[in-house]
Unconditional design. Structure first.
Length: 396
């Protein structure tokens, strides 16, 4: 793969990952559905409220018996919320009732307890009458059987979980997540927390890519690391293909003597070369035993920029999430960019709507990623942009 534009490489990646967008339903417990995406319209299997019930603690009466107040009525029964046998109101009496309890047949209104006094045991004086339907929750007044509660493609939030639980769903069908494996390479890499020896560095790319993937709605099924030994790298790939629909590698794709990713995957049909962007120029892609492999450069910033520019929105679309799109901002300061390469600089949006540079363009400057909140996208044809110029920025 000779040097190509960002757009050309992105189109090739889209083609390679086309099958990732075909998803199936996955039935999961409702309690685990927060943040997942509904697979289809979810309709209510019941009316809500399930039955006619009281909105207040008070007395269920026939409104015709309380048109003239005050009036004293016999309390014929007490109805609590919870399992109960259906009851009918004795004509001319009142039924003491609790909030949520079923309203007895023959009653059409609820007189709140605040509007009553107790003259003697077994009777109640209604001080203020109520019209038919007041403080009565009719069956189905909220939701009718068959009502769409959650539309297909909706990211489930606590409010959606609430209504689904209220109508009795214990499980829900959600969109299956794309299953992705992350493989980092390099003999110099060790786990965070290890004691470093000369020449070693902490492996940040594995955990970083996994975090980006999870934020994009993916299920990260493998996070593995390989040395520069081709046999070991092949073993790690074989293991990853058992559970992953996509494998993302970092490192081993450039022009050095120990480029294990390129050395192993190139002879298997992988394409490796340069994309006209900075950082993230070296790129590769392969179909390995039927599983697509995207290969990013190993410098930490290059890895993140590569994911954002080439994979993030594909993974999000497969997961059922909306794309992350660029917006326009005004440069706070002038920018110089090398000709022929699309430059992606770390930037920070200011309160005045301008964007300022954060550190330099080096692909090793990891801390700047934490301080930045956007990538400033400088076109490959631009060599210098003055302060006040409008640029596209990609959210990090």
């Amino acid at each position: 793969m000779s040097a190509v534009s960002v757009e050309e490489h992105a189109a090739a990646v889209e083609t390679l990952l086309a099958a990732l967008g075909t998803r199936t339903a996955q039935r999961i417990p409702l309690a685990e559905a927060l943040g997942r995406v509904s697979f289809e319209d979810v309709r209510s299997p019941v009316d809500l409220p399930l039955f006619r019930n009281s909105q207040m603690d008070g007395y269920a009466v026939d409104s015709r018996s309380v048109t003239t107040t005050p009036v004293t009525l016999e309390v014929s029964t007490i109805i609590a919320a919870g399992p109960t046998e259906s009851a009918a109101l004795v004509t001319g009496s009142a039924a003491k009732i609790m909030t949520g309890a079923p309203i007895p047949e023959g009653a059409d209104t609820i007189v709140p307890v605040e509007d009553t006094t107790i003259p003697s045991e077994g009777s109640v004086t209604i001080e203020r009458g109520r019209g038919a339907g007041e403080f009565v929750r009719e069956q189905g007044s909220d939701v009718r059987v068959g009502t769409v509660l959650v539309e297909a493609g909706r990211v489930l939030e606590p409010r959606h979980i609430s209504v689904l639980a209220a109508v009795g769903f214990a499980e829900v069908d959600v969109r299956s997540r794309p299953r992705v494996a992350v493989v980092t390479t390099g003999a110099e890499l060790v786990d965070a927390g290890s004691t470093l020896t000369p020449g070693q560095i902490y492996d940040s790319n594995g955990i970083t890519l996994a975090a980006h993937l999870r934020a994009s709605g993916a299920e990260v099924v493998v996070v593995a690391r390989s040395s520069d030994d081709p046999r070991r790298f092949r073993e790690v790939l074989d293991e990853a293909t058992r559970s992953a629909e996509l494998i993302i590698t970092s490192g081993g794709v450039s022009m050095g003597d120990f480029e294990v990713v390129k050395d192993v995957l190139g002879p298997l049909g992988g394409t490796f070369g340069s994309v006209r962007m900075q950082p993230g120029g070296p790129q590769g892609m392969t179909l390995f035993d039927g599983t697509p492999v995207l290969s990013f450069p190993g410098n930490p910033v290059s890895t993140v920029v590569s994911y954002i520019m080439f994979a993030r929105n594909i993974v999000r679309r497969a997961a059922g999430l909306p794309p992350v799109l660029p917006s326009t901002a005004t440069l706070h300061e002038s920018v110089v960019s090398p000709p022929g390469r699309r430059q992606l600089l770390r930037g920070r949006l200011r309160d005045d709507g301008r964007v300022e540079l954060v550190a330099g363009p080096g692909s090793h400057l990891v801390a700047a990623l934490a301080w930045a909140d956007v990538l400033i996208d400088i076109d490959s044809e631009a060599t210098e942009l003055a302060a006040g110029s409008d640029v596209e920025v990609w959210p990090l």
